[in-house]
Design a protein around this ligand. Sequence first.
Ligand code: PHE
Length: 355
Amino acid sequence: MSELKKIRDEFILKLNGKLDLIELNQIKSDLFGKNGLISSQFKKIATIDISERKKFASHLNVIKDELQDKINLKINEIQNTSINEKLKKEKIDVTLPERSFVRGKIHPVSQTIDEISSIFSEIGFSVEEGPDVENEYNNFTALNTPDNHPARDMHDTFYLDDKRERLLRTHTSPVQIRTMLKDKPPFKIIAPGRTYRSDSDQTHSPMFHQVEGLHIDKNINMGHLKGCLNYFIKEFFEVKKIKMRFRPSHFPFTEPSAEVDIGYEVKDGKIIIGEGDQWLEILGCGMVHPNVLKNVKVDPTKFQGYAFGIGIDRLAMLKYGINDLRAFFDCDYRWLNHFGFDPLDVPTNYRGLSR
Ligand code: PHE
């Protein structure tokens, strides 16, 4: 028997047996690898006597094809069986009940913060953040609040240690300090976030939200403050005209200081902003006190500007007609489902009306 025939018969016999993929690949390399049995026969062609060469080569090709076809067929068979087995196991039971699916809602406070940030960023304010746990210096001292100021009283402030060095920030104003300490003027920022005071009734929650505003530059005056707040309130409430009132007030960190009320009326149980003769206080503001600027190494003879602190929860209540502040933070999903915003369908028209 010729050597070729021997190789063929031996491997056909092997290939008729039960083989797995690894064994098949091994056979493949035994035959057709670099020094495989068939590959070596091909190398031999050149050494064969010219009279025999043609016959040998054609015989070799036939055997090569036969073996190759057989191997490929086997590999295909194995792959098909494994796919079929997998499919059998993955059968979907369409009679099973579906898994329950709940789509979350965006809390009205988060929605309001997004709206506020978007309005202010359009007029050049960037957004800063500060921690809820503050030190006494940033929350009070640097803001020109003397040791005996009533705001420092245990009654209002949640202190976190006996020495009264760490506390839950009572307003977002410490972010003014943090911002000015880490950079050089000019500053034009807003800082939304959580704030805390020991207070709880229908219109006060011990945790509430404020957005701080700060604009410091060389020629900033109270007119800029008024213009900026006027613009913001109109954009926020989507009205063309508003009634706004500056009432003299006092904050240790601004001079002069004011509180701002907006005019509204209630018509058919609905609050209408910009009309009527009722007033609602929504923010405190003023020109940043020179002592505050000195505390953060900004020269008050060169730079000045305004600051404001707006109560976010109140704005949300007004805009979305929610009348009990405490419900905001009860974590009642039924409430959130009713007042919350669909994440895929948030109102986008709040920018449009005043244009
Ligand atoms: N921080 C003040 C408050 O919580 C508000 C305010 C901010 C007033 C900035 C003036 C300037 O009441």
